[in-house]
Design a protein. Structure first.
Length: 249
């Protein structure tokens, strides 16, 4: 792992990184320990903490209430900056609705599949029906191909998503780094999934620290074993570097 630095900006995925992945996307929950960790990290870093997720902003805010961190939702299709202003990537909503329709119908016909409409993207979860992975991918890929270039297929852990073309976690991180309090800091991104590889590549190109949580091939330069290890490492930075740095400001 990289030696701690006081000038870091933290970008954190949620599912599989801060929290264990559950069978159903609505089954995740957060405890007091995670809220205290993120609150302390935010204070110690001067506010340079952002959540970078495939989840919608509304879900992120409900999950982490009462914290309201800068966040990018739906792979950067929507985000809230450090000043609290919300932004949304322009996309062809009618193209997404049209592409999502056959995916929704496919999910309704098969037990164990979960269709999730996030607003600016949709997801088909097959964690509870892994034998349908091949059929699910064929349906979602066909839907993306029918999107006229406005929609992209995004693979994830036991999930397939349709999202606006041009949105990814790397671009979301890049956007945050243009503004205070992230600008001028060294970006540190923790993620666990193939969706996070966009962020790893962006951070690597900027001379930051990319950290993969869990097993699997990756372009991240560092790795921790699981979400518990990721949170322990973040807590160690807060205790050893962050609060001392916060006291000097």
């Amino acid at each position: 792992m990289p030696p701690f630095g006081a000038d870091w900006a933290f970008f954190l995925d949620i599912d599989g990184t801060l929290l264990e992945i559950e069978g159903h996307p609505d089954d995740v929950h957060i405890g007091r320990a995670e809220l205290d960790l993120l609150g302390g990290l935010q204070h110690a870093s001067g506010g340079a903490v952002a959540l970078i997720s495939g989840r919608p902003l509304a879900f992120i805010d409900a999950l982490f209430h009462p914290l309201k961190l800068p966040s990018a939702g739906q792979h950067g299709a929507e985000w809230r900056d450090a000043a609290g202003k919300r932004h949304r990537h322009r996309f062809r909503a009618e193209a997404l609705r049209r592409a999502a329709a056959p995916v929704r119908r496919f999910a309704a016909r098969h037990e164990g599949l979960v269709f999730e409409d996030k607003g600016a993207s949709v997801a088909l979860h097959y964690r509870l029906a892994p034998d349908l992975a091949g059929e699910a991918e064929a349906v979602v890929r066909a839907a993306a191909n029918d999107g006229g270039g406005a929609i992209e297929l995004q693979h994830g852990k036991m999930v397939l998503e349709l999202k606006p073309a041009g949105c990814d976690k790397g671009k979301a991180i890049e956007q945050f780094l243009r503004e205070a309090p992230f600008a001028g800091r060294v970006p540190v991104f923790l993620g666990d999934d193939v969706t996070d590889e966009f962020g790893f590549r962006m951070v690597n190109g900027l001379g930051g620290h990319s950290i993969k949580v869990g097993p699997g091939p990756t372009e991240a330069r560092y790795r921790v074993e699981n979400p518990a290890a990721a949170k322990a490492w973040l807590a160690a930075w807060t205790e050893r570097v962050g609060y001392r740095f916060a006291g000097e400001r």
